[in-house]
Design a protein around this ligand. Structure first.
Ligand SMILES: Cc1ncc(COP(=O)(O)O)c(C=O)c1O
Length: 370
C-alpha cells in the first residue's frame, strides 16, 4: 500500500462510528435511560418494519446459513435489472450503501484527488474520501438545497469524484433528476458523479427524482440505493450500486467476495417484490410527514420542506438543549451540531404515536416557558 494512503487512514478525520445517544441501539438506549418506552427518531429507519414477505424469506433462507452466499447476488441483481431496465452487469450488491460509498472511493480515488461534497450532507462521503487519501472539498448548500451551479464551479483539475445526495440528508430537500444531465455535461471527462438515492422511494415522485434512467446516456454516473430505508431492512445490510458495466466491474475488483449475506439477499429480494408494501410505506410516511411538518411549524420552528422520511427543523435556539429535553422523555432525535447546524434537529418521521409523543413533549416545553 502506498505510504501516503497508509498515513491517510490514520488521520484524525477518519473516526470510529460514534457512541453518542442518537447512535445507540434501542436496547442500549432503554438500559441507559432506564425506561422501557423509547422512541428512536434519529436513524431515519422505517418505523413500521419490513414486509412480512421479507421476514418469511429470511426464515426460509436461515436453513442455508452454512453455505456462503452467491458472491454476485444473481437473483437479486436480475430482479433489480428487470425493474430498472438495466443489465445485471450494471448492478453490484454491498453491505449497505455505506459499503458502496467506501468501495467507490477505493475503486476510483488516488491520494491527492479532490472529491466535491455539498455540505451539510451524509458524513460517510468525506470519511470515504479520507480513507482513500483523497481531499474532500465542501460546497455549502443554498437555502438547505444542493446548488449544482456552485458544485460545478468548485471543479478543479484535481477533481475526480462528486457525491450528490438526492434527497439530501440531513435537509430532506431534493432536486428533479432532469437537472443532472446538463450539470454533468459541463464537467470534465474524468469526473465521476455518484448520486446517493437512499431516500428516493420516499419522495412524492420517485420517477422524477431518480437518475437511473440516465445511466445509459451517462457513462460517468453512478447511482446508489439501499434496502435500509423504505424497505425496512436496515439490519439486513443490503445496498446496491447501479452504473455503466465498466464502472461496476472496477468496483467488483475492490469488493470483498461475500459482502452481501444470504439472509440480506433473501430479505431484499422478497421486500423488493412486495411493491404494495412499498407503496403503503410511502403513503404512511407522506401523511405523517405532512402532519408533523404542520405541528412543528405551529411550535414556531422553521421546518425545511422534506421529500424524505425525516425533517430538518430550525428551533431558533441551541438544538442541544431541545435534544436533551427530549432524551429525558425517551424521544431520541439527532441534534444538528454534527452537521454544523447548531440550532437544528433532524427528526425521523415515526409512527403516529411516536410523532404525537414528540409534538406533545414540545408543546409541554413551550407552555412551561410561556
Ligand atoms: C444518504 C444516506 N446514504 C447511505 C446511508 C447508509 O445506508 P445503509 O444502511 O444502506 O448503509 C444512509 C443511512 O442513513 C444515508 O442517510
Amino acid at each position: 500500500m502506498k505510504p501516503e494512503l497508509l498515513a491517510a487512514r490514520r488521520t484524525a478525520a477518519v473516526q470510529a462510528f460514534p457512541e453518542e445517544i442518537p447512535d445507540l441501539p434501542l436496547e442500549e438506549l432503554r438500559a441507559r435511560l432506564g425506561r422501557e418506552r423509547v422512541y428512536k427518531l434519529s436513524f431515519n429507519e422505517n418505523p413500521y418494519g419490513p414486509s412480512p414477505a421479507a421476514v418469511r424469506a429470511v426464515q426460509e433462507a436461515a436453513a442455508s446459513m452454512h453455505r456462503y452466499p452467491d458472491s454476485y447476488g444473481r437473483a437479486l441483481c436480475q430482479e433489480l435489472a428487470d425493474f430498472y431496465r438495466l443489465s445485471p452487469e450494471q448492478i453490484l450488491l454491498a453491505n449497505g450503501a455505506d459499503e458502496i460509498i467506501n468501495l467507490v472511493a477505493l475503486a476510483f480515488l488516488d491520494p491527492g484527488d479532490e472529491v466535491i461534497i455539498p455540505s451539510p450532507t451524509f458524513g460517510s462521503y468525506a470519511a470515504a474520501a479520507h480513507l482513500a487519501g483523497a481531499v474532500p472539498v465542501t460546497v455549502p448548500l443554498n437555502d438547505y438545497r444542493i446548488d449544482l451551479e456552485k458544485v460545478a464551479a468548485a471543479v478543479t483539475e484535481k477533481t475526480k469524484l462528486i457525491f450528490i445526495c438526492n434527497p439530501n440528508n440531513p435537509t430532506g430537500t431534493a432536486f428533479p433528476a432532469s437537472e443532472l444531465l446538463p450539470f454533468m455535461r459541463r464537467l470534465p471527462e474524468r469526473v465521476l458523479v455518484t448520486v446517493d438515492e437512499a431516500y428516493n422511494e420516499y419522495t412524492d415522485d420517485p420517477a422524477g427524482y431518480t437518475a437511473i434512467p440516465f445511466l445509459g446516456a451517462e457513462p460517468r454516473l453512478l447511482v446508489m440505493r439501499t434496502f435500509s430505508k423504505i424497505y425496512g431492512l436496515a439490519a439486513a445490510r443490503v445496498g446496491y450500486l447501479l452504473a455503466h458495466a465498466g464502472l461496476v466491474a472496477r468496483v467488483h475488483r475492490v469488493r470483498p467476495p461475500f459482502n452481501a449475506g444470504v439472509l440480506g439477499q433473501a430479505a431484499a429480494l422478497a421486500a423488493f417484490r412486495d411493491r404494495t408494501y412499498v407503496e403503503t410505506m410511502r403513503r404512511y410516511n407522506r401523511e405523517q410527514r405532512q402532519w408533523l411538518t404542520e405541528q412543528l411549524s405551529a411550535c414556531g420552528w422553521k421546518v425545511v420542506p422534506s421529500q424524505s422520511n425525516f425533517l430538518l427543523v430550525d428551533t431558533g435556539e441551541d438544538g442541544r438543549g431541545v435534544f436533551d429535553y427530549l432524551v429525558e422523555r425517551g424521544i431520541i432525535v439527532r441534534p444538528g451540531h454534527g452537521f454544523n447546524l447548531p440550532t437544528c434537529l433532524r427528526i425521523t418521521v415515526g409512527r403516529p404515536e411516536e410523532n404525537r409523543a414528540l409534538v406533545e413533549a414540545l408543546m409541554a416545553k413551550n407552555s412551561r416557558r410561556s
